[in-house]
Design a protein around this ligand. Sequence first.
Ligand SMILES: Cc1cc2nc3c(=O)[nH]c(=O)nc-3n(C[C@H](O)[C@H](O)[C@H](O)COP(=O)(O)OP(=O)(O)OC[C@H]3O[C@@H](n4cnc5c(N)ncnc54)[C@H](O)[C@@H]3O)c2cc1C
Length: 308
Amino acid sequence: MESQPEKLGRPRVAALDEVLGVPFRVLDDGLVRVVDYMGDDAAIVQAARVSYGAGTKAVSDDRGLIRYLVQHRHTTPLEMCELKLHVRVPMDAWRQWIRHRTASTNEVSSRYSVVTDAAQRTSPDAWRLQSDDNKQGSCGLADASLGETLSAAERELQQHARRVYEERLATGIAREQARKDLPLSTYTEAYWKVDLHNLLHFLALRMDPHAQQEIRAYATVIGQQIVARWVPLAWEAFEDFRLGAVTHSRLEQAVLAAVGGGHRDAALEAARAAGWLKPAKAGGLARNRERAECEQKLRALNLEIPWQ
Ligand SMILES: Cc1cc2nc3c(=O)[nH]c(=O)nc-3n(C[C@H](O)[C@H](O)[C@H](O)COP(=O)(O)OP(=O)(O)OC[C@H]3O[C@@H](n4cnc5c(N)ncnc54)[C@H](O)[C@@H]3O)c2cc1C
């Protein structure tokens, strides 16, 4: 008798089903929620093993395989899983988010609809100061009295911008033009669908300390509240091999190996040859980003910094 291919069911992840449609709050008025998903850890394993059949491997084997795939960037099995989110994000964070071209997006149209009356507010104790050594970053907080003044001015500006917008609409100005002076703090909403490989790439970039705090807040919720529930084995591998991993350039390896082996002179020679040890006019060493990153890595390994 001919054997009938078995009927496959839809993969379901109970932990993610529990929070399907549930809004996770982000910032003061933002949200992320899962609209739908496709696949699970087993779908990744199944895709990777398709060449020799799904088989009946133990969970421990699945974990090992997923860890291998993530560690060695065998990416297509992770593309078998997809996630669709509904997000509500201030436009400045959305402008960074939308740079990730590998997702599919539908954003609410402010030509078609009146823009929601919601703008992200900064509390007086949350104004960050410009970082001195990272032009794209912040460092430390403004003091309380400056914070009060800034938050009051923010409120006034947002209310004024909203009033001008609504006045334009009331006089019959088209929504597409009336919106032009709304601030970047205004919340927008979108559906965002992405596969797991590209989602992890997004999370690696946007959970990183170099990313702006606001988008980092969204990425952290997506990672820790959603992906960790959905594909716990892939999430664990991602935390181990991407989020918590440190890479070393060829030069860094030369310096680390020399310091670790007790060859301080060789480490200094490698750093000098790389141009890391040029003197500053005011004395000491001139600023050098690569050297500073190497210093961080040496500190993390409890190794001496040979040029200090
Ligand atoms: C901390 C930080 C600071 C940033 N600062 C700036 C800035 O100052 N100015 C600025 O403009 N942007 C900035 N960006 C945005 C950044 O340059 C990327 O555009 C953004 O992070 C999207 O990354 P991606 O292209 O890798 O992601 P995706 O668009 O999701 O693409 C994923 C991967 O797919 C591949 N891919 C996608 N599209 C193409 C393509 N057309 N051709 C070839 N390969 C493709 C690439 O391998 C890419 O890495 C910053 C990003 C971060 C995280």
